[in-house]
Design a binder for this molecule. Structure first.
Ligand code: SF4
Length: 315
């Protein structure tokens, strides 16, 4: 019998938990805005205006939703006020009536996450990392890497990881939980805001190489990637799909599905070993799919997405 894996903690989406603060990045936010009386055609322009304000505005991430570990999460109204957003300024945007503006300030926060501590910067300034505290107190790491004019964010998709790779600290964590789509997108918005505040170029690339196996949290990663690459949603802060890379240790059915769902983004496979025998020692979860099955899935993905195989094995 296979040894029991780490306990998997189900983290329901914020919108499914009573009394939980929902942010404008939650997958349910668009529907809630419509229920408040925002016209469907105004939802995305409103989101773009809010995104620009959060990232470039008076407060930025470091002022309201983020803060020291001791700081409690502000209410939605407090967080918006700290960003300089009021009922009147929302109405002035021209996308929502006064009643909806008042409801938005109470119901949807600018963030559901916060920075748990000040970001840490490498001595040469090329890399920084920050700890993001989720609404239930779990923490994940986000890394920002700067190479000349190319700034790349490395995002986390899970708390812990059930793949158990022997070389990886995340794989040894006892509890595993999935981030929801909003929590993944918020890592990008925090990074955008921190870079803007420091006067550095905006983030232009994203890699799913932080904590977790992204293809084990497929629906949230799919939804987050669609938002992160949607100009309609994020305006000039959206990332080109070709600059987003999803990294996997090899979840065969999901690799095949990804070719249909996100053909324009990149896939990177961490093979780790040239033989199945050695691979299963390093990546225990690899025992579920033979090397032949994995290569067949990659062939199918490469053919469907018109990407050379060598590009998939780059990591
Ligand atoms: S899949 Fe990635 S995050 Fe998970 S244990 Fe392996 S290396 Fe670590």
């Amino acid at each position: 019998m296979a040894p029991a894996g780490p306990k998997r903690l189900r983290r329901p989406a914020a919108s499914q938990e009573a009394g939980t603060q929902i942010s404008i990045w939650d997958a349910a936010a668009g529907g809630l805005l419509k229920e408040m009386g925002v016209k469907p055609s105004h939802v995305l322009p409103l989101m773009r205006a809010l995104v620009a304000h959060i990232i470039e505005g008076s407060g930025s991430c470091a002022k309201a939703p983020c803060g020291s570990e001791a700081a409690k999460q502000p209410s939605a109204e407090e967080a918006w006020a700290a960003l300089g957003v009021s009922e009147a300024s929302l109405v002035d945007l021209g996308f929502l009536p006064r009643k909806a503006a008042a409801e938005l300030l109470k119901t949807l926060a600018p963030f559901s996450t916060k920075l748990a501590a000040e970001p840490l910067m490498s001595a040469d300034g090329s890399t920084s990392k920050f700890l993001v505290e989720l609404r239930d107190g779990h923490k994940v790491e986000t890394v920002v890497m700067r190479h000349e004019q190319r700034t790349t964010i490395c995002v986390s998709s899970q708390v812990g990881c059930q793949m158990g790779c022997t070389f990886c600290a995340t794989g040894t964590l006892p509890v595993v939980g999935d981030l929801d789509a909003g929590e993944i997108v918020e890592q990008l918005i925090h990074a955008h805001a921190l870079e803007a505040k420091a006067g550095r170029p905006p983030v232009r690339n994203a890699v799913f190489m932080g904590m977790g196996e992204p293809l084990n949290n497929y629906n949230s990663v799919l939804s987050a990637t669609r938002t992160m690459t949607d100009v309609g949603h994020l305006g000039k802060f959206a990332l080109p799909p070709a600059r987003v890379t999803i990294s996997t240790v090899g979840i065969v059915p999901r690799i095949r599905q990804l070719a249909d769902d996100l053909p324009a983004v990149n896939l990177a496979l961490s093979l780790h070993a040239p033989t199945q025998e050695l691979r299963t020692k390093i990546v225990p979860a690899a025992r579920h799919h033979s090397m032949e099955e994995l290569m067949a899935a990659l062939d199918a993905y490469a053919a469907k997405c018109n990407k050379p195989m060598a590009h998939l094995l780059a990591k």
